[in-house]
Design a protein around this ligand. Structure first.
Ligand SMILES: Nc1ncnc2c1ncn2[C@@H]1O[C@H](COP(=O)(O)OP(=O)(O)OP(=O)(O)O)[C@@H](O)[C@H]1O
Ligand SMILES: [Mg+2]
Length: 232
């Protein structure tokens, strides 16, 4: 039997409505990945790369009646409520260009947030194992001596490393990264990509949006978002 695709999206449409004007962004986009793949999504500014990533992560909804999506062979496009939250919290991890760390929480607390959310009332019982696992991740990202720092006390590269650790805290199979190095200088961005590449070698699947062909070149496969559809 063939191994199921990690993620498969078919015929996604997304239209934003601005006043009375419909702005179609995705016009029947297909996207799929095999387990363990690293795919770069290239496209000009405004082509809908972030929108596509948000749909894959169920952070936004596709137009009603449009498209279908499966994760590890199971349908996810119709998920609501707790099942949708479970997918967002456990199956995928999200990294943004501008980190989106919570300013009032320290590094360890930021990275632990997804574990805390998924544990809910069970957090007191889950806490110590989650803490140990997250400390390991932060150690791997060179942040062991920054655990009690607040985001404003970190460099951009350090903030992004915390954001990646947070995205991986619940051990998702798929990392969705939206221009994770877009706000960093070339050297710092390169270091972040080296760490992402090492996670990929350990089996993590990655869908990464980028403007930068040199960044995209590190992926296994490149797709282009043009005129609202994904072109190989
Ligand atoms: N919430 C929204 N409301 C209305 N229009 C939106 C919204 N979000 C995105 N758009 C529009 O959809 C189009 C695609 O946006 P998107 O952010 O997906 O592009 P992108 O490819 O990620 O661009 P960039 O490379 O600049 O990040 C843009 O024209 C944008 O103005
Ligand atoms: Mg974008």
């Amino acid at each position: 039997m063939n191994e199921p695709l990690l993620i498969q999206a078919r015929a996604l449409h997304k239209t934003y409505r601005l006043g009375k004007v419909d702005v179609p962004v995705l016009r029947g986009a297909d996207f799929s990945m095999r387990p363990g793949e690293w795919v770069a999504i290239l496209g000009s500014s405004g082509s809908g790369k972030s929108t596509l990533l948000h749909l894959l992560g169920l952070l936004e909804e596709a137009d009603s009646t449009s498209g279908e999506m499966w994760f590890e062979g199971k349908p996810v496009s119709g998920l609501h409520g707790a099942a949708r939250n479970h997918y967002r919290n456990q199956c995928v991890g999200f990294v943004f260009q501008f980190y989106h760390l919570l300013p009032e929480l320290n590094v360890l607390e930021n990275a632990l947030l997804p574990c805390k959310i998924s544990a809910g009332l069970g957090w007191p019982a889950a806490r110590s194992a989650a803490r140990a696992r997250t400390m390991d991740l932060l150690h791997r990202f060179g942040l062991s001596d920054r655990l009690l720092h607040r985001p404003r006390e970190l460099s951009g590269g350090e903030r992004q490393r915390v954001a990646i650790a947070r995205a991986l805290a619940n051990q998702p199979r798929l990392l969705l990264a939206d221009e994770p190095t877009g706000n960093l200088d070339a050297r710092t961005g390169g270091e972040i990509l080296d760490r992402i590449a090492s996670l990929h070698r350990d089996g993590l699947s990655i869908a990464m949006v980028t403007h930068d062909p040199a960044v995209a070149a590190r992926a296994d496969r490149i797709v282009h978002l043009i005129d609202g559809v994904v072109q190989g």
